[in-house]
Design a protein around this ligand. Sequence first.
Ligand SMILES: Cc1cc2nc3c(=O)[nH]c(=O)nc-3n(C[C@H](O)[C@H](O)[C@H](O)COP(=O)(O)OP(=O)(O)OC[C@H]3O[C@@H](n4cnc5c(N)ncnc54)[C@H](O)[C@@H]3O)c2cc1C
Length: 465
Amino acid sequence: MISQDTLQKLIAIVGAKNAITDVHDMQAYMEERRDLWPGKSPLVLRPSCTNEVSQILALCHETGTAVVPQSGNTGLVGGQVPTGQEILLSLDRMTKIIEVDAADYTITVEAGVILKSVQTAADAVDRLFPLSLASEGSCRIGGNLSSNAGGLNVLAYGNARDLCLGLEVVLADGRIWNGLKKLRKDNTGYYLRDLFIGAEGTLGIITAAVLKLYPRPRRYDTAFIAVPSPQAAVDLLALVKAESGNRVVAFELMPQIGMDFTVKHMGVTHPIQTPSPWFVLTELADATADSFEQILELAMERGLVTDASLAQSEAQRQALWAIRELMPESQKHEGGSIKHDVSVPVSHIPKFIEEGAAAVQRFMPSARLMCFGHMGDGNMHFNVTQPVGMHKQEFLDQWHEMNWAVFDVVLKHGGSISAEHGIGQLKRDDMLKIKAPVELDMMRGLKALLDPKGILNPGKVLPSA
Ligand SMILES: Cc1cc2nc3c(=O)[nH]c(=O)nc-3n(C[C@H](O)[C@H](O)[C@H](O)COP(=O)(O)OP(=O)(O)OC[C@H]3O[C@@H](n4cnc5c(N)ncnc54)[C@H](O)[C@@H]3O)c2cc1C
């Protein structure tokens, strides 16, 4: 239990109007997208600056009060949700864009800046911030970095870790580490920055970051392509990369069933009339004018492509991307869905899909597999939709067993059971089963060093000590 005295002192740091104690008023911070982890907390604090975060942490450290950091609350593994006796620290008032430096290709922002706002600020100086996710209108940079977000352009620009140059972090005891450097080379000892990226708020609170910018592409070529098989998609990716001079910035694979759901429930029009078991949405940046069409002709000659629709305008490009971005939402209309955000080496994808589908079929013959995602990074959302007519809860009760039917195949192919969404509450116990003892020892050692009292997001990623 957090004492009334501690709660009052915490409220005094941010001021009463930036502290929420009423259960109804804090609802938006307690509900998450998947409706799997109902949140509960005695207090939500909304600090305005790093100094306030530092004071909050110092007091929490002194009193042994647990803290859950939250940025945009779009996380999909329950990491940002308090479970009862933690206070919730929201970064949603720390939204300053500190500096946009077009010459050094950097942008420095507070942790609560919404991803879309970073993209827009970069665009205003003719630069690109390439991190792009369907949740970009509400997720925030602190959450993107803490979950090492991936998204649509990882194969060209890397994930959040690759896009970060420097960090400012408040440590568990309230001390501030100012590592807001713009350097692309800095070999002065251990790379502390990387410890906090992907740590899901268990090692420190990220309060600001220096992010990398890129030249803004002058031209995009975007195509929706029918392919006969996942193997054809893998071969197509290799061909387009080689023939375009490595201009591919996105390469998404989608199945027929995903297209059926998205057309049926999300009001989109299928861009291709030819029936096909699989589709690819790919995009090239700054390719030479007619090279993409020539590459697609070559791919057709080789039997890798059966039909294609090329965006002729920005509006058409956006319409093609909307299909991909609405696909996860379409699943909700078909009932329960057991998700697997997994990765394998790209060349293993065809075998992984074949063997994973067989494993699902063995476990639940009438389940409907909907495997789609960032194929260019080897990251598939291997989601299983409930059988028609089955009760949703009866299906969801099989979550764990279904997971392991799929994870066994992932591990056989040298893959990861969490490609981009992280561990949070959802995969903590699964992670404990697959990490080597030496890896877990190092993780526990880092946690004990940086958060000796275990107050930072307890029970997420690692079990509470
Ligand atoms: C429609 C949709 C599409 C998505 N697509 C993708 C995708 O393509 N790729 C992808 O990687 N993810 C995706 N996600 C998941 C999610 O949007 C990302 O993980 C995002 O990066 C989380 O950011 P957030 O600000 O919402 O973080 P939150 O949900 O608030 O927090 C995420 C984690 O980070 C911790 N945290 C938050 N802020 C801080 C901080 N300042 N310091 C320390 N720890 C902190 C939290 O405690 C939690 O553990 C998607 C989610 C949705 C709803």
